[in-house]
Design a protein around this ligand. Structure first.
Ligand code: NAD
Length: 261
């Protein structure tokens, strides 16, 4: 597939799934706006790596996904630098685990802001340009937790369920404008974030690495395998193709069978 004339903005693309998605779009020739938190030298390494490995242009937006004005600036950065924002991937996200009665109010607000509200703000900013060009792809990284719940993840599950509602609504609004709106719902994905939890969990529960992976992390996932970031990225690239032009308003699971149960 050739995305040479397209620009993709990927939020939360300084690591994990978002970085893999940004790199996958770059591989197809798209210009890239990366975004996310992290050490400046690491971010610059990721940005420069995209340019040198794939021969495309990449810029970094430091927009904080809790700040609506910065989110709008991120979209404008794509439009002013490259002339358009054609593909918008709302991927930034955080997690917090706590019983509901102890759930810190500021964590609830932060998760709803980053995992849900930011997608509203970026879509709102990007849609006029997509409508004018009669082409667009909006892809939201949801989660198996957009379809089912787990205890102690109230804010995350609420935000991810919200993302599917937002996806469906905007898909209907934009259906005749050449713009598709979908979400991808991964189960456990092997990201640095997940990998880093293993040693602590081994210690805390007195388990081996294999037990942590199979009995704790992959307990929900019938295939007993992690999803890879590249698999999620490949689906995002497919959703941006002409072959996917009739997929809209969908919530596509990639969870090793988790939500089939
Ligand atoms: P990650 O921690 O590797 O990446 C999260 C990204 O979001 C990072 O780039 C981080 O800098 C960015 N981010 C966090 N707060 C931000 C803020 N305020 N402003 C801007 N950027 C911010 O995690 P990941 O596993 O790659 O997760 C990416 C998305 O995938 C999230 O929406 C997550 O909910 C979803 N997801 C992950 C898994 C999994 O198992 N890893 C499963 C299902 C869904």
């Amino acid at each position: 597939m050739n995305l040479k004339s397209k620009t993709a903005v990927v939020t939360g693309s300084t690591s994990g799934i978002g970085l893999a998605i940004a790199r996958a779009f770059a591989k197809e020739g798209a210009s890239i706006v990366i975004n996310g938190l992290g050490a400046p030298d690491e971010i610059e390494k990721a940005r420069a790596g995209i340019e040198s490995e794939f021969g495309v242009k990449a810029v970094y937006s430091p927009a904080d996904m809790t700040k609506p004005d910065q989110i709008e600036e991120m979209v404008r950065l794509g439009e002013t630098t490259f002339g358009s924002v054609d593909i918008l991937v709302n991927n930034a996200g955080i997690q917090f685990v706590s019983p509901i009665e102890d759930f810190p109010v500021e964590k609830w607000d932060q998760i709803i802001a980053i995992n849900l509200n930011s997608a509203f703000h970026s879509i709102r900013a990007a849609v006029p340009g997509m409508k004018a060009r009669k082409w667009g792809r909006i892809i939201n990284t949801a989660s198996a937790h957009s379809l089912v719940a787990s205890p102690y993840k109230a804010a995350y599950v609420a935000a991810k369920h919200g993302i599917t509602g937002l996806t469906k609504t905007v898909a209907l609004e934009l259906a005749t404008h050449g713009i598709t709106v979908n979400c991808i719902s991964p189960g456990y994905v092997w990201t640095p974030l997940v990998e880093k939890q293993i040693p602590d969990t081994m210690k805390a529960r007195g388990l081996t690495k294999e037990q942590v992976i199979n009995d704790v992390m992959l307990e929900a996932q019938p295939t007993k395998q992690f999803v890879t970031v590249d698999q999620v990225a490949a689906l995002a690239v497919f959703l941006s193709s002409d072959a996917a032009s009739q997929i809209t308003g969908a919530n596509l699971s990639m969870d090793g069978g988790w939500t089939a149960k």
